[in-house]
Design a protein around this ligand. Structure first.
Ligand code: ZN
Length: 195
């Protein structure tokens, strides 16, 4: 089992843990940002982390994994592979999270949602709404990193490999903005981006 210290070391080694002033996809500002794409850049490492997350989720006996694109794609796929179950993803179409490409879920299907980082749980919540629309049974949200620090708003348990309590502020309370700084929006550009 990978412990928090080992995972933190991997985050640092891979350059995934960045310091600065960031606008997170949740809308919060932060002095730290985790680019999980860099953590998962090495396919063998991605596979290992997927196996670790799968081991935490296996007792729930999910029949499939659902991930919100893009952030959840790699870890979701690796976790599903380790669980030996199908993998599907939701994506935005005109701002609305949807299951496309012929994917569907069965009524009562036991699923887990898998993401890279959960900060507010917004994208997991959107994927959960999609699953609900199909009548699937959502068991838990699995993630590499839990950044919620109690702010999360999920209706199911959050199962994470590591809790990372990095500072995150509403814009109005951001000390970095107060100092006159402009946040970077990491997004998916250059070597500084993800969800
Ligand atoms: Zn700010």
């Amino acid at each position: 089992m990978i412990d928090s210290a080992a995972l933190l070391r991997l985050l640092e080694e891979s350059g995934a843990l960045k310091q600065g002033h960031f606008l997170l996809s949740s809308g919060l500002h932060s002095s730290a940002y985790v680019q999980c794409a860099l953590l998962l850049e090495d396919p063998l490492r991605a596979r290992q982390i997927g196996e670790e997350l799968a081991a935490l989720l296996a007792p729930l006996e999910p029949r499939s994994v659902l991930s919100p694109a893009l952030g959840g794609l790699i870890i979701g796929h690796e976790t599903a592979a380790a669980l030996g179950v199908p993998f599907r993803f939701t994506e935005r179409a005109e701002g609305q999270m949807e299951l496309r490409r012929g994917f569907s879920l069965q009524r009562g299907e036991r699923i887990v949602i898998v993401e890279d980082v959960v900060t507010t749980g917004r994208s997991s919540g959107e994927a959960a709404s999609v699953a609900e629309g199909f009548g699937a049974e959502l068991l838990a949200v699995g993630a590499i990193l839990d950044r919620t620090a109690g702010r999360g708003d999920l209706s199911v348990p959050l199962v994470a490999l590591m809790q990372l309590d990095l500072p995150a502020y509403p814009v109005a309370a951001c000390p970095l903005c107060e100092q006159g700084g402009e946040p970077d929006k990491p997004g998916s550009r250059s070597r500084a981006g993800s969800s």
